[in-house]
Design a protein around this ligand. Structure first.
Ligand code: FES
Ligand SMILES: [Fe+2]
Length: 384
């Protein structure tokens, strides 16, 4: 995307870099660390997650009639399908005869899903279309035994799932409304045209919020990332803004001042500034010079645990060895080092300290108050 899209933020950040200080609050604040070892709190957060639209796949991962994906979310199996009408749908992946998990494989292409127990068969729209020995079920109305459909919306190149039944559609968020002030930016980023180069989900012994907190401050760049990305960034200077419940921040790279004399229509922002969008509650979208990271956090099955999923989107799949080597190097630096061995590692270290009862409050500096905003927002949503 052209840097000119962010003209106002670029001017503001350059001003802050000149002054030598980014966004800073008047005072420090603290977070209650013990919430992160409280199972009731974890369950309340899962309820919040289930009520909000979340990215579950890039549209290209469910491409073509009959494409399907199975995902485990909060102990439930979800079946995503692309129907013969081209529409993406989501269902609880359980047979309506006696509840057996229906599709057992992770992905593929099918026109029918047949239950492994008694072979009741469903179509891509979730309708029950086959019952062996139907004569043994007098009065069975197949139309009342469709798979339970969940609310799935396709927008901005992604599939957004809300874990509520479509019958309760009126209670769910419209994705455009939910993203509000971010929709222009998400349209301009044109994720629908990009490709998924990498997509992996990993388990982490940390509360799901701790890695998000790491993406909300630049105080740690010089120490935690000293062997990876620190050389590219100016630490401790960042600007941010709330866009509804979502948050956008800009961290300057060391060459940021070159933007002062650059034609903003001709340059790409991530060469000079790293923009991060946190789409509430769990998507961290980070732009790199030639690729885009989407990190999706999910609360785990146990307190103090979570999963993190990293999708690396690229403008197009590499067709040469050199282009592939470039993206593999990006993954080595970002995925395996910066995120996994540094940010995620640090989150596990913090969780260990919390579990040990070594710390009751997490202290946030004047320039780390985004973390407080985020944490307060989670608490507010849970209380609703
Ligand atoms: S439980 Fe699925 S066909 Fe019987
Ligand atoms: Fe980090």
């Amino acid at each position: 995307m052209k840097a000119s899209f962010y003209q106002r933020q670029i001017a503001e950040l350059i001003e802050k870099v000149k002054l030598g200080a980014g966004d800073e609050a008047e005072a420090t604040s603290v977070l209650n660390a013990n919430e992160m070892r409280d199972d009731e709190r974890r369950q309340a957060e899962i309820k919040m997650f289930e009520s909000l639209p979340q990215i579950v796949a890039h549209s290209s991962q469910l491409q073509g009639k009959g494409a399907y994906l199975v995902q485990e979310l909060y102990g439930k199996s979800v079946l995503l399908t692309r129907g013969s009408d081209g529409k993406a749908r989501a269902f609880l992946n359980y047979c309506q005869h006696r509840g057996t998990k229906l599709e057992q494989t992770e992905s593929g292409c099918k026109s029918r899903f047949s239950c492994p127990y008694h072979a009741w068969t469903y179509d891509l729209q979730g309708g029950l279309v086959g019952v062996p020995r139907a004569d043994l079920f007098p009065g069975l109305d197949k139309s009342t035994k469709s798979l339970r459909e969940l609310r799935l919306q396709e927008a901005f190149g992604f599939l957004w799932l809300t874990m509520t039944s479509v019958e309760k559609d009126s209670e769910g968020y419209d994705i455009n409304e939910y993203l509000g002030g971010l929709t222009d930016e998400l349209s301009a980023l044109d994720f629908a045209s990009s490709s998924v180069y990498f997509d992996e989900t990993r388990h982490l012994k940390s509360d799901w919020k701790l890695p998000i907190y790491a993406f909300l401050e630049s105080y740690h760049i010089g120490t935690l990332h000293k062997n990876s990305i620190a050389e590219f960034f100016i630490e401790n200077i960042a600007i941010s803004e709330m866009i509804g419940p979502h948050l956008r921040s800009f961290v300057p790279r060391k060459n940021v001042m070159d933007l002062e004399s650059a034609d903003l229509d001709q340059v790409s922002l991530p060469e000079y500034i790293t923009p991060t969008n946190i789409l509430f509650p769990n998507a961290c979208m980070i732009a790199h010079p030639s690729s885009y990271t989407i990190i999706l956090m999910q609360p785990g099955d146990k307190v103090g645990e979570c999963t993190w999923r990293h999708m690396l989107l690229v403008p197009e799949q590499p067709t040469t060895d050199a282009a592939k080597a470039h993206y593999d190097k990006t993954l080595a630096v970002l995925d395996q080092t910066t995120y996994e061995k540094e940010d995620m590692w640090a989150s596990e270290q913090i969780q260990e300290g919390i579990n040990a009862g070594a710390i009751d409050e997490l202290l946030l500096a004047k320039h780390e108050q985004n973390i407080k905003h985020f944490s307060d927002l989670v608490s507010e949503r849970i209380a609703e």
